[in-house]
Design a protein. Structure first.
Lengths: 239, 239
DNA sequence: CAGTGGTCTAGACCACGAA
DNA sequence: TCGTGGTCTAGACCACTGA
């Protein structure tokens, strides 16, 4: 069986979420887990390291691994979560309106951001408004390199660009750099969103990279402030 | 030498920041690094895993480890960074004003947040205003369990509570859960901060845990929106 | 095909916590 | 002291990339 440590990881995640292993108690020791899963200690340790990274346990030397009760659900925008997942999690009535879908030559700014050298490369510009409970809450402005994604349709934009890219095109998104600031709404924001009296929008800038470390997309997500929420779990790393 | 893999990690970080290893090029292979550092492959791999987690490299199977140029500096509030580090990074003229320092019985809310059972446990309430370039920008409201920190002085609060706790008291902070939202300013915010015309504050709620997975502090950081910036680096994890 | 990284093993020794 | 997790090793086999 390949990826034994991931199987073990999932198995223990199950046991934690089903409360077979209770919060604030100790997991079985690594030696006991070796016996239980019939594997070597390093493999058990890989599974435990994954659990710790994802906030399920806390390892304490000389003592054991403590099961955490930090509620790990409700991660609306953390990591690489897309709007589709977000909306599903919220379980609310949601809709996506594609305001713009064009293949254009990049501005100088965008050439810098997307690391475009060639004078021929074009950029997909997509603008989508996210509506939740009949209120236009989020404006997503995407810029995608045409060399990575040749075709793009309104249908794909309305459901999920990520599913298309990872499913149909077989590309793998690997990491992202995110920057959150608060700005005054632009005229565009006011036109496209139900901003009512709000005098700020929360801007999430997202630089998205593929497996080979090449940038492939820049997204600017502009949120009405009252509906914005960002959750983060940070573990102190060694030195 | 203990912690060989951390030494190797730091050494390679140096080589990357000094551009000995150039962005977008490949690191030496794991086998070559084994020879260079005279160690086993798993140890090299631990160092490389750390580099990947911290955004310095991207590992690609069958190919090698790509050096990233994602500028990893400018992380104002990411992770567990304290105000002192933030201010130092900004290199600006800054000051901390201790508005409040009291040992009080906890409210019911705070009992829940800090997981207090005993009817005797008290809570330190600290309020500090952060001034940068003569503008009062941030209001930090800390709540600390008296069972973890018995004494606390205005001097400690004015410099760095974390340095006191980790240095003097020998406690180790291990992880934190952070939640970012945008709210309307309270009267308190208006009184203590230079909010001028701003109609929002950015609220960062921080739940801070020690090594043994016990919660020890809750902090609410209230920022003037124009000075707020949060940077995050997210790597997609396996399943 | 050769070279790369990914997984796994069996065993060793060390550092730390609790009794 | 004993049981825990932390580090390290030498070697094996597999999966992927690119020529």
């Amino acid at each position: 069986m390949r990826n034994k440590y991931i199987q073990i990881y999932k198995d223990i995640v199950d046991d934690i979420t089903k409360a077979t292993y209770q919060p604030q108690t100790l997991l079985p020791s690594e030696h006991e887990l070796m016996d239980k899963y019939g594997t070597s200690r390093e493999t058990i340790r890989k599974a435990l390291t994954l659990l710790a990274q994802n906030g399920f346990i806390q390892k304490v030397q000389g003592k054991g691994s403590i099961v955490l009760d930090t509620p790990r659900f409700d991660f609306p925008i953390s990591g690489l979560v897309s709007f589709k997942e977000l909306a599903n999690q919220l379980g609310e009535n949601h809709k996506t309106i594609v305001e713009k879908l064009e293949l254009l030559p990049p501005t100088e700014d965008m050439k810098g951001i997307l690391q475009i050298d060639s004078s021929e490369e074009m950029v997909w510009e997509v603008q989508r408004v996210r509506e939740i409970d009949d209120e236009k809450i989020i404006l997503d402005k995407d810029y995608i390199k045409s060399s990575k994604v040749e075709k793009l349709s309104r249908e794909v934009c309305a459901s999920s660009i990520y599913e298309y890219i990872e499913g149909e095109l077989g590309l793998t998104i690997s990491f992202a750099k995110k920057e959150i600031t608060v700005e005054e709404p632009t005229k565009e924001d006011r036109n496209l969103l139900d901003l009512e009296g709000f005098s700020n929008v929360v801007v999430v800038k997202n630089y998205v990279y593929l497996e080979d470390a090449s940038i492939f997309q820049y997204t600017e997500s502009r949120h009405r402030p009252d509906k914005f929420r960002f959750v983060d779990f940070a573990r102190r790393t060694k030195n």
